[in-house]
Design a protein around this ligand. Sequence first.
Ligand SMILES: NC(=O)c1ccc[n+]([C@@H]2O[C@H](COP(=O)([O-])OP(=O)(O)OC[C@H]3O[C@@H](n4cnc5c(N)ncnc54)[C@H](OP(=O)(O)O)[C@@H]3O)[C@@H](O)[C@H]2O)c1
Length: 347
Amino acid sequence: MKRVALLGATGSIGRQAIEVEANPELELCAVASGSSSLDDVDAPLKQVGGDLTELLDKAEPDVVLNAVVGFAGIHATLWALEHGVDLALANKESLVAAGELALAAQRRGGGRILPVDSEHSALFQCLEGRAPEQVDTLVLTGSGGPFRGKTRDELGDVTPEEALAHPTWRMGPKITIDSATLANKGLELIEAHFLFGVEYERIEVVLQPTSIVHSLVRFRDGAALAHLGCPDMRVPISYALTYPERAATPLAPLDLITLTLEFQAPDLETFPMLALAREAGEKGGTYPCVFNAANEAAVAAFLEGRLRFLDIAEVVADALDRADGAPARDVADLMEVDRAARAIPVA
Ligand SMILES: NC(=O)c1ccc[n+]([C@@H]2O[C@H](COP(=O)([O-])OP(=O)(O)OC[C@H]3O[C@@H](n4cnc5c(N)ncnc54)[C@H](OP(=O)(O)O)[C@@H]3O)[C@@H](O)[C@H]2O)c1
């Protein structure tokens, strides 16, 4: 029996995780949300808002499923890594922002990171048991979001409603906007670098519009191993929570006969966030933290109607230009970098 602490229980991942929790091998020992009620969730410990690490101290989980959205998940990520507790990580923003600090916490505490992001779950499975020198490149796939194929001229006046209409995944609003700008693929690029220790020049991004190929690994002998599945987050959530087992899920098998697997290169001129993320990742230090913070602020402003879609990338580029990127010595440093990057006016 694994005791699971589910943080972000009222969100898109959180709700799907509660379905996965029906597995008799899993026991929900604690749940948390930011401000939404948890009255309809059955768990011995519940917390709305407040310090997530206090809840984790009380809950003593075997695995923390961090499904909080944004930088707010950082303390829970570091808590799990420091305490040697398995971290089922949906909250990519915390690994992107904390980067080296998270890896140092992991070295001290020994906590494992089990990726929940479908692409990273796919890479994790394709890489399992392979020596690093066998790996040539990682290939992250993405759907391209609702605006794939559009030009910059066509994106000038898009509304939040249009940007929230994702073609293949049903997700929370922040990640859905990130998918429309390709910032999500940028965050995933940095996440993959920290998760798998592969340098940026060996991580490619390609679009696969139906989201059936969740990512692939190219090996030095010319073979490529891909992970295929329906776009349904219950699969990677279940894999992370039941690892190293592979529990049954209620999903229908993939119908191979009707599949079309088309791949495309991402359009980096129309969607500059992916290139900005790559640059921030390559520069290192706290540049990824700045990328993430400025993006969170810009996405919130876009959703509130205070910023145009194409200006999200302008705000992030501006924040990166202003930052010095000096590495963070500790979490307090990181929080200051995050705060300063958000403070850039977006209205
Ligand atoms: N959705 C997907 O399919 C998907 C796929 C891959 C990765 N992810 C990643 O998973 C994470 C969650 O995404 P989502 O789509 O599930 O987001 P979401 O639907 O917006 O849900 C976010 C959850 O975080 C909680 N939360 C926010 N701030 C909090 C705080 N300070 N303390 C505790 N809880 C807090 C929210 O609580 P309230 O309800 O009270 O606001 C909510 O439960 C993101 O990092 C995202 O990138 C999501």
